[in-house]
Structures are given as C-alpha cells and as structure tokens.
Design a protein around this ligand. Structure first.
Ligand code: SAM
Length: 223
C-alpha cells in the first residue's frame, strides 16, 4: 500500500535531494549544488519525476531537476534517485509561475514538459503558452530545447502553433511516438500519466523546438 500523503510530505522535506518553496537562495547556485558545470535540464510539472529520473539514468553527465507543486508526487522520484544513488537529480517544489525566483538568467539548458494539463478553458495557463515561453526565456538561453510529450491533441497542436507563430525552429514533430521504428530510448521512458493514457488507447505525441529570444504573443484562440 502507498504511504499516506502526510508522511510523504514530511519525508520529501528531509530528503537530501529535494528543495521547497522557500529555497529561493538557490537561484544562480544550481551548478554549485550539483558540484559540476554540466548542463541543467528541468522537467516542468514532473509529477512522480519519471522523466527526470529516467533521463538522469541515461545521461549521468547531465543534471536534472524535476519541478512540481505536489511534493507527495515528487517523493517517488526523489526516493528512487536516492535508492539508486543518482547524484545528478534534484527536485524542487514550486508553482511554475514562480520559476524565475529559483533560476537565474541562462541557468537552464533544456526543458521537458510531460503530460501537462491541456487547460482547454484557460489557454494562458498551458505550460507552452506565450506567457510561459516568455517566462522560460528569463531563465534559459535562446538555444534551449523545449521537449513536449503529451497525449493531448490540444496541447500538442497549440504548442506547435505557438512555436510556428513565434517562428521558432521546430526540430521534431512526431504525431505517434510508438509508430517510430525504432522508438528512441529517450522516448521510451513512460510516466505515470502516460501509462494511464496508453491504457485508455490514447496516442502519444512528441515535439521539440528551440526556445529562441523573441517575445511570444498570444495565439488567436487565446483569451
Ligand atoms: C497531469 S500531471 C502529469 C505529471 C507527470 N508529468 C506525468 O506525466 O505523470 C500534471 C502535474 O502538473 C502539476 N502542476 C500543474 N500546474 C502546475 C503549476 N502551475 N506549477 C507546478 N506544478 C503544476 C500537478 O501537480 C501535476 O503533478
């Protein structure tokens, strides 16, 4: 049986590889925290941190930070990273809207967004909306890659539409990941939500684009 939420909240705080909403002093200090100059990749809305931990296993020379507001979910990834002695993994509890309080200009090298809420009625709240892309540009350089994996046609199409409107370079656009032959190792990692959506017969999509240095504007459907 899964541990009760309250115990996970407490244990998350005690884990040596986790940070919480008050840890804003880490801004600009992440390479010191990892003790190396390796690239820093963040996973936004990471849930249980399946991608953070999965990618960290594959790439020990890259630092990964999973970010979510729910520490009881991140507990799973943080515990796995500790059990496996993965030194290139950290977790941070914050609202993504506050991300600039935790990272300095150019501190982030790559971004992953996995199975985020498509926010059908609040497009501005979508993690790939113009509002969030402009936020990411405050912490990540113009060459930063943004990776999106989703079951949602709305999230996928609107992310690509935003990237096209901003004239960003789209490097990858895969309408059905599991029709690829072979499926690249980094796309074989499956999150908790991905497994759930696959079980319901949903198609998994992936795209990757370059963040760029423009100022994104709302796309037309937006409020
Ligand atoms: C649908 S779940 C996906 C979790 C994980 N990526 C997966 O695929 O299993 C969405 C996650 O986004 C988090 N979330 C949503 N909005 C957020 C925000 N503004 N800031 C931080 N986390 C957020 C939720 O707590 C939740 O864990």
């Amino acid at each position: 049986m899964s541990k009760p939420k309250l115990i996970k909240f407490e244990e998350y705080k005690q884990f040596p590889n986790t940070f919480d909403v008050e840890d804003t002093a880490n801004k600009g200090q992440w390479r010191k925290i990892f003790g190396n100059d390796n690239p820093i990749v963040i996973e936004l809305a990471c849930g249980k941190g399946d991608y953070t931990v999965g990618l960290a296993r594959m790439n020990p020379e890259v630092n990964y930070i999973g970010i979510d507001i729910k520490s009881n979910r991140m507990w799973t990834g943080a515990k796995a990273a500790l059990d496996e002695k993965l030194t290139n993994v950290r977790f941070l509890r914050t609202h993504i809207d506050h991300i600039t309080e935790f990272f300095d200009t150019n501190e982030v090298d790559e971004i992953w967004i996995t199975f985020a809420d498509p926010q059908p009625h609040k497009p501005r709240k979508r993690l790939s909306s113009y509002k969030f892309l402009n936020l990411y540009r405050q912490i990540a350089g113009e060459r930063t890659l943004v990776n999106i994996k989703t079951d949602s046609d709305l999230f996928y199409e609107s992310s690509l539409e935003q990237a096209q409107q901003d004239q960003l370079t789209i490097l990858s656009k895969i309408d059905n990941v599991y029709l690829m032959n072979p499926v690249p190792e980094f796309l074989k990692i499956q999150t908790y939500y991905e497994k759930m959506w696959l079980g319901m017969g949903r198609t998994i999509k992936y795209c990757q684009f370059v963040l760029g240095n423009c100022e994104s504007q709302p796309i037309e459907e937006e409020d």
